[in-house]
Design a protein around this ligand. Structure first.
Ligand code: APR
Length: 184
């Protein structure tokens, strides 16, 4: 199941699959502020990339004891055993009703920062998971238009990035993204 839409300076693609299998220049990891791995996407990427990924993450500077990447930001490492040259470790917000607007802004920021990091590394293609929509409980119906809106805005200007792929883990999130892609 695939969907795609072309914009001024690139294409957005949606598919149901496993992000570790994507043959793209950069894979975005749904990480946490420690960059020491976890479950979900984080666990899958570290398992597929191999131990060199964690070794590289642990060398990154800490802004607080044990924390290497603030929410809304990202850090770039090599891809280890993955097909991708880079892993962009992106820390999305934990969603809660009391600070929903802040979480929405942080979700926009983390997508913008990840795209900028991909362009700075001269990447032609990048694969995103649905950041924050798992353990971080961001409602997929809200996250999809936010993520796609940032990518659409990014693709209105020229950069090295020609393909932005969202890899959804099952049909329901794919459907939410497909619906949003038609409206963005
Ligand atoms: N490929 C693509 N998508 C996946 C995969 C995979 N291999 N595994 C899970 N997903 C989907 C989930 O179904 C969800 O829709 O990615 C989305 C993000 O889920 P999480 O991985 O839980 O990420 P997030 O919600 O951002 O929570 C991040 O979870 O794993 C920990 O260390 C991580 O603390 C961090 C938190």
């Amino acid at each position: 199941m695939n969907a795609s839409r072309d914009f001024a300076h690139g294409r957005i693609e949606l598919l149901v699959g496993n992000i570790v299998e994507q043959d793209v220049d950069a894979i975005v990891n749904a990480a946490n502020t420690t960059l020491e791995g976890g479950g979900g996407v984080d666990g899958a990427i570290h398992r597929a990339a191999g131990p060199s990924l964690l070794e590289e993450c642990l060398k990154l500077p800490q802004y607080e004891p044990g924390r290497r990447c603030p929410t809304g930001e990202c850090r770039v490492t090599g891809g280890g055993n993955l097909k991708a040259r880079y892993v962009i470790h992106a820390v999305g917000p934990v969603y809660n009703d009391r600070s929903a607007e802040k979480a929405r802004e942080q979700l926009r920021q983390v997508h913008r920062n990840s795209l900028q990091a991909a362009a700075e590394h001269d990447c032609r293609s990048i694969a995103f998971p649905a950041i924050s929509t798992g353990a971080y409980r961001f409602p997929i119906e809200e996250a999809a238009p936010i993520a796609l809106g940032v990518v659409r805005e990014f693709l209105e200007a020229p950069s090295s990035v020609q393909l932005v792929r969202f890899v959804l883990f099952s049909q329901p999130p794919f459907d939410a993204f497909e619906k949003a892609l038609g409206k963005v």
